[in-house]
Design a binder for this molecule. Structure first.
Ligand code: GLC
Ligand code: CA
Length: 543
């Protein structure tokens, strides 16, 4: 039996930036409800919402202070229930974000845990420091920079946080923590939620608190990245909870390797996110601008297709720069390269994840000033570079490569005030390109990225080969990518130019015969044969 997520496509919503319904400049649940018809029309059937729980917003929802209530900025539990049922009417299911590596430091558990005698003490990692409690217990650094430990006077001890100090890590050695998390899972699954995207789920179990090897970033990693008990815990959640529901789970597993990914997706979770493809544009020296590296991009896609039976296919999320400027060309070939990326995303084997705005080719900020940054990572990198005495301009440029505000700018619905996102003052400025890039315009344009997504989503839904087929790579030069999908005698050939120039095709492709199911160039028969035009992408049904 096919499962829903194997047939359908996920659309990620960053609620704060999707649609504001009451003019306070913050996207909300009623805003999402008002856009459900847009999403149905587009053809997505699963919505993953970045966290909507109560949160003091140190990390915009990824610091949860109460798992059983909705952030009042977003609405109420009633609104959420209405969202679930309104979505259901349209055949759409809702997936939540599960953030359980850490809570907020304002969570009741954490507040109570400051008292040594509290039963909540052992929900977190409280330790005495070194050198008479003057120095942190070990040398670990946080993912967001600085020590991973913070001292609290009142507790006369240090607590561990792999992210900001406002995000204390839960101690998964304590079986109580697992119990609490199971309660959360059942609470939402029983409400009709379709599953969870599990935040930094391959780091939850700290095997030891010994010093980490010295390295430039995230010292301590080897003591907590995908440890044996991490797998055991997820298997328990699967046995106790997930396997009893018709639901979907996807893990955020940065730094995952093939072996662990296979384990995570075998009676633990359904899918995992790898970041090799997304990060294929990174440079050894992070002061240089990231740059599309076609070979690496292709290699990572092929490798994951080969090594995992079912991938979470994704080019964007709320932590990443936009994919169009990363892997395409928003200046010269926005439509061509955007639709080319859509073709790849929607024809790989696995469940595709579209991030809000990706379907209209939204881009990164051109000049957001550090004073306007909202993201802790952007702010941290900027201040670090300034401390290293880099000139302002350089610091701004480099920080912009890491600033997660890039993908969090408000959704661009139309060319009106604030791009139709809000009638108030948006919490984060609207990207300046919204007159050229917005949903309404894309819907009215003859040729647009939005229309490419819509067409491809429909094609995928109607074509079992594209959904269920095996993936067969071909070896070609790095300027273009080509692969087959094969299912019950049906064969599809996908080919795409990864560059902005014409690419000559080899003999074996010229000899191919077939019918064009999709092309991002007007009137492209499969007669093109000799060359691929800039960012040209085709899906061919081979006879
Ligand atoms: C994940 C989230 C990111 C968050 C971090 C800490 O990486 O995607 O947005 O900051 O976890 O929860
Ligand atoms: Ca609002």
């Amino acid at each position: 039996m096919r499962r829903f997520f194997e047939e359908e496509v996920v659309y990620q919503i960053y609620p704060r930036s999707f649609q504001d319904s009451n003019g306070d400049g913050i996207g909300d649940l009623n805003g999402i409800i008002s856009r459900l018809d847009y999403l149905r029309e587009l053809g997505v059937k699963i919505l993953w919402l970045s966290p909507i729980y109560a949160s003091p917003n140190a990390d915009y929802g990824y610091d949860i202070s109460d798992y059983f209530s909705i952030n009042p900025e977003f609405g109420t539990m009633d609104d959420f229930e209405r969202l679930i049922s309104e979505a259901k009417k349209r055949g759409i299911r809702i997936v939540m974000d599960l953030v359980v590596n850490h809570t907020s430091n304002k969570h009741q558990w954490f507040i109570a845990s400051k008292n040594e005698n509290s039963p909540y003490r052992s929900y977190y990692y409280w330790r005495k420091g070194r050198k008479d409690n003057k120095l942190p217990p070990n040398n670990w650094t946080s993912n967001f920079g600085g020590s991973a430990w913070t001292y609290v006077e009142e507790a006369d001890a240090w607590y561990l946080h792999l992210f900001t100090p406002e995000q204390p890590d839960l101690d998964w050695h304590n079986p109580k923590v697992l119990e609490e998390v199971e309660k959360i899972l059942r609470f939402y699954l029983d409400k009709g939620v379709y599953g969870f995207r599990c935040d930094v789920i391959n780091q939850i179990y700290k095997e030891s608190l010994a010093d980490g090897k010295r390295r430039v970033r995230t010292i301590g990693l080897e003591h907590y990245l995908q440890k044996e008990n991490n797998h055991q815990i997820l298997h328990t959640l699967y046995e106790d909870v997930f396997s009893h529901y018709d639901c979907m789970t996807v893990g955020e597993t940065g730094g995952v390797d093939f072996k662990n990914a296979r384990r995570f997706t075998n009676e633990e979770l359904d899918m995992v996110f790898q970041f090799d493809t997304i990060n294929s544009d990174s440079r050894k020296i992070p002061l240089f601008a990231p740059k599309m590296q076609k070979k690496r991009f292709k290699r990572t896609l092929f490798a994951w297709q080969k090594e995992l039976d079912w991938n979470a296919v994704c080019f964007e999320n709320h932590d990443q720069r936009r994919s169009l400027p990363r892997f395409g060309d928003p200046k010269k070939y926005p439509y061509e390269s955007g639709s080319m990326l859509a073709t790849l995303l929607l024809t790989m084997r696995g469940t595709p994840f579209i991030y809000q705005g990706e379907e209209i080719g939204m881009t990164n900020y051109k000049n957001l000033k550090p004073e306007e940054y909202k993201d802790v990572v952007g702010l941290y990198i900027y201040s670090l570079l300034r401390k290293m005495h880099l000139p302002k301009k350089t610091a701004e440029r480099v920080a912009s490569y890491f600033n997660r505000d890039n993908a969090r700018s408000p959704m661009q619905w139309n060319g009106e005030i604030n791009a139709g996102f809000s009638t108030g003052v948006p919490w984060l400025p609207v990207n300046g390109d919204y007159q050229e890039v917005n949903v309404l315009k894309e819907q009215n344009d003859e040729e647009s990225i939005y229309k490419a997504y819509k067409t491809l989503l429909k094609l995928r839904r109607e074509d079992d080969v594209l959904r269920y087929g095996t993936f067969e790579e071909t070896r070609t030069k790095s300027s273009f990518i080509a692969y087959y999908r094969l299912y019950e005698g049906g064969l599809r050939f996908v080919i795409a130019n990864l560059t902005g120039h014409r690419v000559k095709l080899p003999q074996w492709i010229k000899r191919m015969r077939g019918e064009v199911l999709y092309s991002n160039y007007c009137g492209a028969g499969f007669l093109f044969k000799k060359v691929l035009r800039p960012y040209e992408a085709l899906i061919i049904k081979i006879r």
